[in-house]
Design a protein around this ligand. Structure first.
Ligand code: MSK
Length: 630
């Protein structure tokens, strides 16, 4: 099977340029213009050397003014800023997880939300010591949800899901005093430590950043992932399509954007409602088309094959097509710019969460209790808006690729069991993967995640790095907007195997997978932590020994810093293409990029040159292989 043709970044940029012409025509503001307005960026902010934690300042560190008014030096200021950044990200991810716990608590056999993966629910209940024998599945779900909610504020003990990590890792977390306690406590402690007159010692601040990150990755995010699977189904491989060409000229286009599947699942359900489809036809449309942006897109793509319109820096483009009837959002990564932008078109911009309210939007509060009626009202509004479309502004770029998505950990293990017959067991194992790595058929793996950032040519780093890695027989697992970059380019098409080295190509053919595997949204990086843990258990290698690294070449959000902290604290070296505002302190910078190795066996690497970043990852994987003697 020959790959027809990858979509290049140049083609995507040409399509964007056309859409920007429309923006100019209607007088719309776009991020490309705002980047110009904001450049050059503040040097103090970039280096992390501005402190505005109290009102004696703001204090900015210069050679002439080496300390803030309180006497805090640059290392304390940079460290505190880094810890606050982490706490912001951990709180966002974990609050998403908390909402999912609440939704799980609302499940009923005849309700808006039901249990789709009872096996997973029973497994979690078993891990948490919750009685399951002879009980109604919904009673169990409610107790699991309540127990999960208590993980946020419990007065004693550490996160329950830590028991899923290999023993060696748990010992490291205990030894380094970074085993995360209650999730809210770690965020609160981070805020308290960084209050005026508390911590200014870099080691203490970075240690808390790791702990706060771990409370996200092995706490809130992991619950977000697991309970979403329980309610909406654990993803399995499913075919879909990606890029702006998934929008349909003759249909009502509804874009779902944000993160929480509780909303998008219901929108997808009501978009398939015969009553709504009939209404769409009455309005002159051929039907209703739902497509996704950002992580919400990952959620509905991997469970329903809903097409992916684009990733983070493509969110304005969906409106600029002139063919978007309604864009409905929940939380995180939503540009406030969508409000004024949608006003230049017929597009309705609907916010649904009290956590993310924006000017120029229509607020339609969405709750688990009223989810059905809320979703139906939103779909109806989109359908009724079709007639307001301005045909002269419609321009849907002819860009679309096929993609196979939905490689949850369970799906990966199931697929891998097809490689050899000897390891088949009920739940599957990673042993065939370990065998492939041990023998050198696969050199290793890279977990590539994260956003777009105008500081990096959008999607270019993701796509070029993936191409380079698979050519070197390194399998790539993906989540978040990195996954959508791959899908838009065509790298999630199984036909992309032709771009692999001989070893990876053979494995992909044997297992019938694409060379880059879609593992989900940003909370689903928790799936990657469990994959690393399983590989460790199945191989006998400690996590830092595994020929595996993490990479976020275009990251931008606080959540990404929280993720980086828990990935590194889990023992996985993490390669970044954007600096986390710490260059102002050689102590903090040195700790993150080297010193952490002594604590947790891994650290960050930052490199702006994408070619070099790829070479460094390949070298790191080869070095790990050499150290293992494989
Ligand atoms: S949506 S955090 S831009 S990956 Fe999860 Fe994408 Fe980054 Fe948001």
């Amino acid at each position: 099977m020959e790959i027809k043709k990858l979509t290049t970044v140049e083609e995507m940029e040409a399509a964007t340029a056309k859409l920007l012409e429309t923006a100019e025509k209607v007088g719309a503001d776009t991020w490309q213009q705002r980047v110009k307005n904001q450049t050059p960026h503040c040097g103090f902010g970039e280096k992390g050397t501005c402190c505005r934690i109290c009102t004696m300042g703001p204090c900015r560190i210069t050679p002439k003014a080496p300390k803030g008014i309180c006497g805090c030096d640059v290392h304390g200021i940079v460290g505190r800023n880094y810890l606050r950044f982490t706490a912001g990200g951990a709180s966002a991810h974990s609050d998403h997880g908390r909402e999912i716990c609440h939704t799980l608590y609302q499940t009923r056999a005849d309700g808006n939300y039901t249990i789709k993966d009872p096996e997973k629910l029973l497994k979690i209940a078993g891990e948490w010591g919750i009685e399951t024998e002879g009980r109604d599945i919904y009673d169990i779900a409610h107790e699991v949800a309540l127990t999960g909610l208590n993980e946020y504020g419990k007065p004693f003990g550490t996160q329950r899901f830590l028991s899923r990590a290999p023993e060696e890792r748990r010992k490291v977390w205990e030894r380094e005093e970074i085993a995360p306690r209650a999730i809210d406590r770690e965020v609160s402690t981070a805020m308290h430590m960084t209050h005026m007159g508390c911590s200014s010692e870099p080691n203490a601040l970075i240690r808390q950043a790791l702990r706060s990150g771990l409370s996200d990755g092995w706490g809130g995010s992991m619950m977000g992932t697991e309970f979403s699977d329980v309610m909406f189904g654990t993803p399995r491989p499913v075919d879909t399509e990606a890029n702006l060409g998934v929008m349909e000229k003759d249909m009502v286009n509804i874009i779902v954007h944000g993160h929480d599947p509780s909303l998008s699942e219901m929108i997808v359900f009501y978009a398939n409602d015969p009553e709504m489809i009939a209404l769409a036809k009455e309005q002159g449309a051929k039907g209703i088309n739902v497509a996704g942006v950002c992580c919400t897109s990952n959620e509905v793509a991997m469970r329903h094959g809903i097409p992916m319109a684009g990733n983070f820096l493509q969110q304005e483009n969906v409106v600029l097509t002139g063919a978007c009837e309604l864009i409905v959002v929940d939380v995180q990564c939503i540009f406030p710019a969508l409000g004024p932008l949608s006003k230049c078109f017929h597009t309705k911009f609907v916010t649904t969460s009290k956590i993310a309210q924006m000017p120029d939007s229509e607020f339609m509060h969405f709750t688990a209790e009223t989810a059905g009626e809320n979703a139906k009202a939103i779909v109806r509004e989109a359908v009724l808006n079709f007639k307001n479309r301005r045909p002269e502004l419609v321009n849907i770029p002819n860009l679309k690729q096929k993609a196979t998505v939905g490689y949850s950990l369970e799906a990966i293990k199931k697929c891998l069991d097809g490689v050899t017959n000897s390891h088949v067991d009920a739940l599957g194992t990673t042993k065939p993967l370990v065998d492939c790595i041990r023998s050198g058929v696969l050199r290793g793996a890279v977990a590539m995640v994260g956003c777009n950032n105008p500081k990096v040519r959008p999607d270019y780093a993701h796509i070029e790095l993936m191409k380079k890695l698979i050519k070197h027989d390194i399998i790539v697992v993906l989540s978040g907007c990195s996954a959508q970059a791959a899908a838009k380019a065509g790298l999630m098409d199984k036909a992309a195997r032709t771009l692999c080295g001989e070893g990876l190509k053979r494995v992909c053919e044997l297992v019938d997978i694409p060379p880059v595997l879609h593992m989900g949204s940003c909370v689903d990086i928790s799936r990657m932590m469990l994959l690393a843990s399983d590989i460790s258990c199945d191989s006998g290698w400690d996590i830092p020994q595994i020929p595996l690294v993490g990479c976020a070449p275009e990251w931008m959000s606080e959540k990404a810093v929280s993720i980086g902290n828990y990935v590194v604290a889990t023992g996985i070296d993490t390669y970044l293409g954007v600096d986390p505002y710490v260059k102002g302190s050689d102590q903090v910078d040195g700790l993150l990029k080297g010193g952490l190795r002594e604590w947790v066996g891994a650290n960050f690497v930052v490199e702006y040159d994408i070619e070099k970043l790829g070479d460094m990852m390949i070298q790191a994987i080869e070095d790990k292989r050499a150290a293992l003697g494989i």
